[in-house]
Design a protein around this ligand. Structure first.
Ligand code: PLP
Length: 422
């Protein structure tokens, strides 16, 4: 089917949830994707942080083929060989004790919220004060299901679906006083992303995270950390919280875990896990043998790539800061490892730059209106970073050239549509 035919068919047949770029991808290899017309694209988005090993990675292909020929699904009514092995690897790298596997980020976060409430209830039965409130952060993003939306601090996602799950209050981002003011004995968990992803690549401050850890430690509440975007090597460590020297009570991961297959997980301590018993929570597909076998291979590859992510990240930040010194449109450079962004002076400029790069065969995306986000695969090389930075430089220069000639390049009202990026 041609791109035009696919667009026509989707417009008629699909729920109108996405405002897709007009590109039909047909294959990928390494850091590149190809569209239906044979045009090549450098992928600096990785399917929103999923394809950390790039496309068609030989080790992943090998495991996929082997496991697909052996066993794809059994349900969680039975054992298979890989959940325990994967849990062993994830607990080793996270410093936690136990895992629960599911199918997506939002499902991992739902599980984390349910576990927090179940743990609080179990402790309440033991004579502790009742805890039910969840404190989440302004500008956060935790997913699209009801619990995840209820803890997502952005009106545009929440508003159409109200009323949401009760018992959630929002704390101003990195505001220590607001956290102290809102925290009391009724809080069962503080919920946060170590680095807000969809919210524009904003790292939580060290002081804020330490305070959240101290308050929850003292009161017996839990610290829930969403590492669905920042975890599993994205920042140059296995988990972004490891840059801060704290360990959360519950951590969620998903995106790159099974190298493109749907797989999410929550990780927690033995103590918190005691809040769950058989039948309280579950999933039909989650943690199936195919996804788990692939995830074990992903983690094996990751061990070798972590150092590269840090080095490449530093190089990339340096190049972006150089660019910032040349273009006043760039207000800020943020992030760590290969979770980076530049914040621009207007949403229209950001939109225009994304389109310009797409035309030049480079994939990045825009989030939170003005932020250009880079989530490349961990297998990129310096030359790929140079290619992207040079393309950005050209885009800013051509934008200026056209504007000074009197033709506004960044014309057009900013879309009112909810962004589908993250
Ligand atoms: N949490 C964070 C930090 C995310 O970035 C995302 C997705 O972008 C989610 C949760 C939801 O994950 P999923 O889209 O797999 O449900």
């Amino acid at each position: 089917m041609s791109l035009a035919a696919v667009i026509r068919a989707e417009q008629k047949l699909l729920l109108p949830t996405y405002d897709r770029q007009k590109v039909l991808f047909t294959r990928g290899r390494g850091v590149y994707l190809w569209d239906s017309k044979g045009k090549r694209y450098l992928d600096f988005l990785s399917g929103i942080g999923v394809n950390a090993l790039g496309h068609a990675h030989p080790a992943i292909q090998r495991v996929l083929k082997l496991q697909a020929g052996k066993l794809i699904h059994t349900s969680n009514l039975f054992y298979h060989e890989y959940q325990a092995e994967l849990a062993k690897k994830l607990t080793r790298i996270s410093g936690l004790d136990r895992a629960f596997f599911c199918n997506s980020g939002t499902e991992a976060w739902e599980g984390a919220l349910k576990l927090a409430r179940a743990y609080a209830r179990a402790n309440n039965n033991n004579g502790h004060k009742a805890k039910w409130r969840l404190l989440a952060l302004d500008n956060s993003f935790h997913g699209r299901t009801f619990g995840a939306l209820a803890t997502t601090g952005q009106k545009k996602y929440r508003h159409p679906f109200a009323p949401l799950v009760p018992g959630v209050n929002f704390v101003a981002f990195n505001d220590l006083e607001d956290l102290k003011r809102q925290f009391d004995g009724s809080v069962c968990a503080i919920c946060l992303e170590t680095i807000q992803g969809e919210g524009g690549i904003r790292p939580v401050s060290s002081e804020f995270l330490q305070l959240a850890r101290e308050l929850t430690n003292k009161s017996g509440a839990l610290l829930l950390v969403d590492e669905i975007q920042s975890g599993l090597g994205r920042t140059g460590k296995y988990f972004a919280y490891q840059h801060y020297g704290i360990t959360p009570d519950i951590v969620t991961v998903a995106k790159p875990l099974a190298a493109g297959l749907p797989l999410g997980a929550l990780l927690t301590t033995d103590h918190v896990a005691s809040g769950m018993h058989p039948g309280m929570h579950g999933t039909t597909f989650g943690g199936g043998p195919l996804a788990c076998a692939v995830a074990i291979e992903f983690l094996r590859q990751l061990d070798r790539l972590l150092g590269d992510v840090s080095k490449l990240g530093k190089y990339f930040v340096g190049r972006l800061e150089e660019l910032q010194s040349q273009h006043s449109e760039i207000k800020d450079v943020r992030g760590i490892g290969l979770m980076l962004a530049i914040d621009l002076d207007s949403a229209d400029t950001a939109k225009a730059v994304v389109s310009e790069l797409l035309a030049q065969g480079i994939l990045i995306n825009r989030t939170h209106d003005t932020v250009l986000r880079f989530l490349p695969p961990y297998i990129i090389e310096k030359k790929h970073i140079d290619e992207v930075v040079n393309a950005l430089d050209r885009a800013f220069r051509s934008g200026k050239a056209l504007t000074t000639k009197g033709t506004k390049v960044h014309e057009g009202k900013q879309s009112k549509k909810v962004e589908r990026s993250h």
